[in-house]
Design a protein around this ligand. Structure first.
Ligand code: FAD
Length: 463
């Protein structure tokens, strides 16, 4: 403080001097040039009326028991599946497992000739319908969108390449079954591996870790591991942010460093990449249930991911553009009200609509769902994650790193995936989660294009 105060006094003294002082010429700073992209494509899951968020997460006060409560069937008439009810939430694998679980529950009670409806043609609904149809159950899928896949959204470009705006990568071991099914369907996957680059905005400081080094950011990973270890021995849950502070992990990280980078920046980077997978901020995420650091090798789906869903639904009666707005049920059956005003009576129903949709009460249940379901829908939160696919004519960067992160900046996009080393395509994917994703959703296309260029400047060659 003393040194700071005296510096200010010196500055003030200099300012009161009336004699002319030669103005210092600013040293010219090299500027980096990011060319205009040939295309920018982004997801907007938070504003998507049939998702209303990206994936579920547990804030303080919610536990996996809430997920189990949401998965309970009601009167053996209404069954629940979908990512938010999964043991492995936020994944295609987890969603498919819930579809298989709900199908098994229906099969225990379904009578001969009974009709079963499934709300949603995403990973959970398609897997459930496939299993029911395979055992001869009369099943119908009602999907609100004009496409299948839900939060798997594959778009084929004019060049034949696929862009995934939802799920896009798979764990080599944990997703082995999905990977094998994709292989059977001739859907290509490619290793998502390579060096990791964390660079400080406005300086040359960076940390470059070779492929296969996990975690790449040891300071951030150590701090979060320390905070969550501390949290599990506490009598009450706290947010990850509070646990970082109270456990001493924050202080330890601040005095650590890795390569050229300081610990505070590295922890910031780690938390932002955690937001891009959970959709949550550390200030909300439960420290008891913060997902563990992923260390497994990943594959990227380079073919059409949605083929997985379409294969499940082949032969299943599927009605697209059919929004279910009401569900009335009793011990005799279920009546569905559609947005068109039509209705449909079935013996049993499987609901796979995302948690965001259930939270918004866009589907009205009569009678109200049991208290356990309502408590779960309220307790579990929905996070924000968005992807921005940016294609260039040719690469303007020289790094071979596959994962890029920027620290020391408040930019909304600080995490990029470089597809060039894997595919030879000059394509970058921005990954944004939590508050940054919500802020991004409010930007116009022009503002987004500007933001993309600013956030990529530190990776461009100086001109
Ligand atoms: C940006 C992003 C990135 C992700 N990345 C990955 C990843 O890399 N790897 C991974 O494994 N997972 C990833 N996930 C998670 C994964 O996509 C989901 O867990 C999974 O796809 C969810 O499947 P689901 O069937 O539960 O829900 P959904 O796929 O959302 O299916 C629910 C369906 O219900 C329909 N529906 C909603 N309301 C109604 C209604 N009223 N009437 C009729 N139909 C309705 C919806 O349109 C939708 O088709 C990601 C998710 C997002 C958003």
């Amino acid at each position: 403080m003393g040194a700071g105060a005296s510096t200010s006094l010196l500055v003030l003294t200099a300012c009161t001097d009336t004699s002319p002082v030669p103005t210092a010429k600013p040293t010219p700073q090299p500027t980096n040039s990011v060319p205009a992209p040939t295309s920018v494509r982004r997801s907007d899951w938070s504003n998507d009326p049939f998702a209303l968020g990206a994936v579920s997460f547990l804030p303080v006060g919610a536990t996996p028991l809430h997920r189990a409560n949401l998965a309970q069937s009601v009167m053996d008439r209404v069954f629940f599946a979908g990512e938010a009810t999964a043991d492995d939430p936020s994944t295609v694998r987890g969603a498919r497992d819930t579809g298989a679980r709900a199908a098994a529950e229906v099969l225990e009670v379904v009578g001969p000739g009974e009709r079963v409806a499934v709300i949603g043609a995403g990973a959970a609904g398609a897997e459930c319908a496939r299993r029911l149809a395979a055992l001869g159950v009369d099943v119908v899928v009602l999907e609100a969108r004009d496409r299948t896949g839900g939060r798997i959204h594959s778009i084929k470009g004019s060049d034949g390449q696929f862009t995934e705006l939802g799920a896009w990568r798979l764990g080599v071991d944990s997703d082995a079954e999905v990977i094998a099914t994709l292989a059977r369907l001739d859907v290509a996957t490619a290793p998502h591996a390579g060096p990791d680059l964390i660079r400080e905005s406005g300086s040359d400081a960076e940390v470059l870790t070779p492929a296969g080094t996990t975690p790449a950011n040891t300071v951030g990973a150590t701090a979060v591991a320390r905070a969550t270890e501390w949290a599990v021995s506490q009598v009450a849950d706290s947010t990850l942010a509070d646990a970082l502070d109270a456990s001493g992990a924050l202080g330890a990280a601040a005095s650590a460093s890795q390569g050229d980078l300081g610990g505070e920046e590295l922890l910031q980077q780690y938390l932002r990449s955690l937001s891009a997978t959970t959709g949550a901020e550390a200030s909300t995420l439960s420290a008891w249930f913060t997902p563990p650091q992923q260390t497994e090798e990943n594959l990227r789906v380079t073919g059409s991911f949605v083929s997985l869903i379409d294969s499940d639904l082949s032969g299943v009666e599927t009605f697209l553009s059919n929004v279910v707005v009401g569900v009335s049920y009793d011990e005799n059956g279920v009546r569905l009200r559609l947005g068109t005003g039509e209705s449909l009576s079935v013996a049993r129903l499987v609901v796979t609509a995302p948690l965001g949709v259930l939270k918004s009460a866009a589907i009205e249940f009569a009678p109200l769902l049991p208290f356990g379901h309502r408590a779960a829908i309220n307790a579990i939160s929905v996070g924000a994650i968005d992807l921005i696919h940016v294609r260039f004519d040719e690469p303007f960067w020289t790094t071979d790193a596959v994962n890029w992160s920027l620290v020391g900046t408040d930019d909304l996009i600080t995490t990029w995936v470089n597809l060039m080393p894997g595919t030879g395509e000059p394509v970058l994917i921005g990954l944004v989660g939590g508050d940054a994703a919500i802020a991004l959703a409010g930007l116009t296309e022009k503002e987004l294009a500007e933001l993309v260029r600013t956030s990529l400047e530190p990776f461009a060659e100086p001109v």
